[in-house]
Design a protein around this ligand. Structure first.
Ligand SMILES: [Zn+2]
Length: 213
């Protein structure tokens, strides 16, 4: 049961194709768990199409249609790479970035209880997988920029609530929290950050840049 969904502005940005790659990955991953948001996004998409239809027609330059047709001829049809089905329920959109299932990820250790795997970095925007054993504690940290998190396995709790598979959390610029992995299986999250995290503890202040946080 999913309790935490993206807001309409995120779904709209996704539906309109204006969200950047990392945010699109977050929303698409959430939607692979969430039928409610899939349906809502489909509605937003058809609403966008209806709005476009209502726009007054614009004059086209002479030859515009020929230009478009010529460009279509030049485009090679996109062939979606064929991948075997996931063995562990890893969302397809995420498998494309991991290059396989969650169970095949090579984790890098950040101490005995936490590990991570970078997915990509575009300027200040980073997408990574985070993994914590039950009881693992992120330490109090402040956000510069926004952090988007989707739980993939297990769960975690912070002062704002409890998050399980498919739940999406948005931490805005300037907010701080402390995340503790729930009992049971390891907690695995997809996290996108648009800025660096600032940690309260001295050890983490030293360690964070080493791990690219
Ligand atoms: Zn949802």
């Amino acid at each position: 049961m999913i309790h935490h969904h993206p807001g309409d502005e995120l779904l709209l940005a996704y539906a309109a194709g204006t969200a950047d790659e990392a945010v699109s990955l977050i929303v698409a991953t959430h939607m692979s768990y969430c039928a409610v948001c899939r349906e809502r996004t489909a509605k937003l998409e058809s609403l966008g199409g209806a709005l476009l239809q209502d726009l007054p027609p614009a004059e086209l330059e002479a030859g515009a249609l020929d230009n478009v047709l010529a460009r279509l001829d030049a485009v090679k049809p996109f062939e979606r790479p064929r991948r075997a089905a996931s063995r562990d329920g890893t969302p397809a959109v995420l498998r494309a970035y991991i290059g396989g299932d969650l169970s095949t990820v090579r984790w890098r250790s950040m101490g005995p209880r936490l590990s991570y795997a970078p997915l990509f970095k575009r300027g200040k925007v980073s997408a990574r997988l985070l993994r914590g054993v039950p009881g693992a504690d992120s330490g109090v940290h402040h956000h510069c920029g926004t952090e988007f998190t989707v739980v993939l396995q297990g769960g975690y709790t912070d002062p704002t609530g409890n998050y399980g598979p498919g739940d999406l959390q948005v931490m805005e610029d300037g907010m701080s929290h402390n995340v503790v992995a729930d009992p049971g299986e390891d907690c695995v999250n997809l996290a996108v950050t648009t800025g660096r995290l600032k940690f309260d503890s001295l050890l983490q202040k030293i360690a964070a840049p080493l791990f690219g946080f």
